[in-house]
Design a binder for this molecule. Structure first.
Ligand code: MG
Length: 453
């Protein structure tokens, strides 16, 4: 069977891997998956191939008998919102999220605004392989533009309250899709907004769309030089947010997640947070404070949604700054995340660095070793034998937890690597745990390599 979908939909170099031809075939496959009737919302980020792919995808969907609603340039959470709100039978976001400019991709959404689960992606792949159905001339779908940004803006305004005081906020949209709405939302809610890189540009001239610490230097400088209260950095499709405090220091994604949780869940009784086995223990402490519980899943957004649908939950997220607010959207929303942090800051006399200090401190070490894909399973099996007596959590890879820290060993889902992530309260302990994990990993890898030779 053709293997198109990775962890986050279909990704590749535009016009080489992600071609108009592929988009037509995917469009027709999606329409066939929907039994050749209904409507599909399409949105895109500013990448140079966005309209080329939108046109091709829409043609395929129409040829398969479904109508298309064109949302135009929107962040991914707005596509999810539009798909659920209008409602559509499915949605497709044309984006490569945080990947470099030459990439593009397609991600499929169900009628509830959640990303397609693996089973649905498999069905699309199966149909692409045999070719989707072309309907007769009198059943060809049509396509029209729909303005969805103002509905999203209005509904978000209804969902949250005005900030209690005016904060000066610098928003760095990375020349991504967030520029069309994020600064407006924060202005609506009462911020004094200074926007940067808010002009969508698919070449991403100001910075690459992944908001890592080394790429958001301009934002950090701007926050301190104009005495702003905080800075916001989105990725290319604004489903993620990273925060910069008033001193220009970056708050990592897990700390952003924890602060958002503290604000969003404070009125909930026994709140439940869904996160993955690779996310910081900060979340456990914050949810304990709120009298709730944490459920841990495998890595990846679809796993969080799967757990939510099965057992419920009040908030879900990973350590990369993408937070899902399930009673708002079943999609990571960088703007709602920013709103929660600003709301929290506007309610207290504390500035953002002081808010960060109220969170527990952990030391983390992320390392990896190269490991060819075909050896990953054997390495994992050897590691399992090694740690058998220590009763590891096997939700994904092996997670070894101790009184004062933990580490996880797991094969990367996207690269030929095996990862070791350790976390502990002290620097010495995190180094010890990381060393223990890495030594075991190298030993198992050597052993497996020898066995296979
Ligand atoms: Mg993204």
């Amino acid at each position: 069977m053709v293997d198109l979908f990775g962890t986050f939909g279909i990704r590749g170099v535009a016009n080489e891997d992600i071609t108009p031809d592929l988009a037509v075939r995917l469009g027709k496959a999606l329409a066939t998956h929907l039994d050749n009737e209904g409507k599909v919302g399409i949105g895109y980020d500013p990448r140079t191939s966005n309209k080329m792919l939108e046109n091709a995808l829409a043609s395929g969907i129409n040829s398969g008998g479904c109508d298309v609603l064109r949302f135009g340039m929107v962040p991914t959470p707005v596509l999810s919102f539009g798909t659920k709100h209008l409602p559509c039978d499915a949605g497709v976001m044309i984006t490569a999220s945080h990947n470099p400019p030459k990439y593009n991709g397609l991600k499929f959404w169900d009628s509830k605004g959640a990303g397609f689960v693996r089973e649905k992606e498999d069905d699309i792949e199966r149909i692409v392989e045999v070719g989707g159905k072309s309907v007769s001339w009198d059943r060809i779908g049509n396509s029209r533009k729909v303005e969805i940004l103002s509905d999203y803006r209005e509904m978000l305004n209804e969902k949250v309250s005005q900030f209690e005081k005016e904060l000066k906020v610098v928003v760095d949209c990375a020349n991504g899709a967030g520029g069309v709405i994020s600064p407006h939302i924060l202005t609506d809610l009462g911020c004094n907004v200074v926007s940067m890189n808010a002009q969508p540009d698919g070449r991403f001239p100001a910075r690459l769309p992944e908001p890592t610490e080394d790429r958001i230097g301009e934002l950090r400088k701007t926050v301190t030089s104009i005495d702003a209260d905080l800075g916001i950095a989105h990725d290319g499709d604004a489903d993620r947010t990273i925060i910069v405090d008033e001193n220009g220091e970056v708050l990592s994604g897990d700390r952003v997640f924890a602060l958002a949780a503290r604000n969003y869940l404070k009125k909930k009784n026994n709140p439940k947070i869904i996160t993955t086995v690779a996310t910081s223990s900060i979340l456990d402490e914050v949810v304990e404070e709120l009298g709730g519980e944490v459920a841990r899943t495998k890595v990846g957004e679809p796993e969080l949604i799967r757990e939510y649908r099965k057992n419920g939950g009040d908030l879900a997220g990973e350590e990369n700054g993408g937070v899902i607010f399930p009673d708002w959207l079943l999609c990571r929303d960088g703007m709602m995340t920013a709103v929660q942090i600003i709301d929290l800051a506007a309610k207290t006399e504390k500035n953002v660095s002081e808010l960060d200090e109220t969170l527990p401190k952990y030391h983390q070490l992320k390392k990896n070793v190269k490991c060819p894909d075909h050896l990953k399973q054997a390495v994992l099996e050897d590691l399992s034998k090694k740690f058998e007596d220590e009763n590891p959590d096997t939700t994904e890879g092996l997670r070894l937890a101790y009184e004062d820290g933990w580490f996880i060993l797991r094969p990367s889902g996207t690269e030929p690597k095996f990862r070791c992530f350790a976390e502990a309260k002290t620097e010495e302990r995190v180094e010890e745990l990381s060393k223990k994990g890495m030594e075991a990993l190298r030993e198992s890898l050597d052993f497996v390599k020898k066995e296979k030779e």
